[in-house]
Write a new protein. Structure first.
Length: 148
């Protein structure tokens, strides 16, 4: 990589981080709103193992933490992959699919399980397209630096 390419790449990665953080806040707000609406509709979010109820604010926290993990993954792929958008999209789809399993295993009421699955999909629907789009702009095949 030439000296002139480094600031170019760094600038684009910073743009990815910025967009990722904005998408994280949007995902947190969206899942929290969806959880509050589900709660108002009668979903109790009670997990039988331990008898605890997931608080609405808990959805924001967990969404924020895992969204930041997604941003870090996107930055790593943006830095080291010749095809970061493709790699991120497939990785995110697989991780989202895996994240849909625990709600079925926790022993919650069926309506709670459905709500938890929908909330996972809501967060993914915000984060994955935003990060994939931005990573597409980092694709090294487009700027001629490599053919993978």
């Amino acid at each position: 990589m030439s000296v002139s390419a480094t600031p170019y790449r760094t600038h684009r990665l910073l743009g990815l981080v910025g967009l990722g953080l904005v998408a994280t806040v949007a995902a947190m707000a969206t899942t929290t709103l969806a959880a509050a609406l589900a709660g108002a509709a009668g979903v109790d979010f009670e997990i039988p193992e331990g008898g605890e109820v997931i608080p609405v604010a808990g959805f924001a926290v967990v969404t924020g933490v895992f969204s930041v993990v997604g941003v870090v993954l996107a930055v790593v792929l943006g830095r080291f992959s010749a095809r970061p958008a493709d790699r991120f999209l497939w990785t995110a789809v697989v991780l989202t699919a895996i994240s849909l399993v625990p709600p079925f295993l926790c022993g919650a009421a069926p309506v709670t399980v459905v709500a938890l699955v929908v909330l996972h999909l809501v967060a993914a629907a915000v984060m994955v397209p935003a990060l994939t789009w931005r990573l597409g702009r980092l694709d090294r095949r487009r700027d001629g630096r490599t053919l993978d």
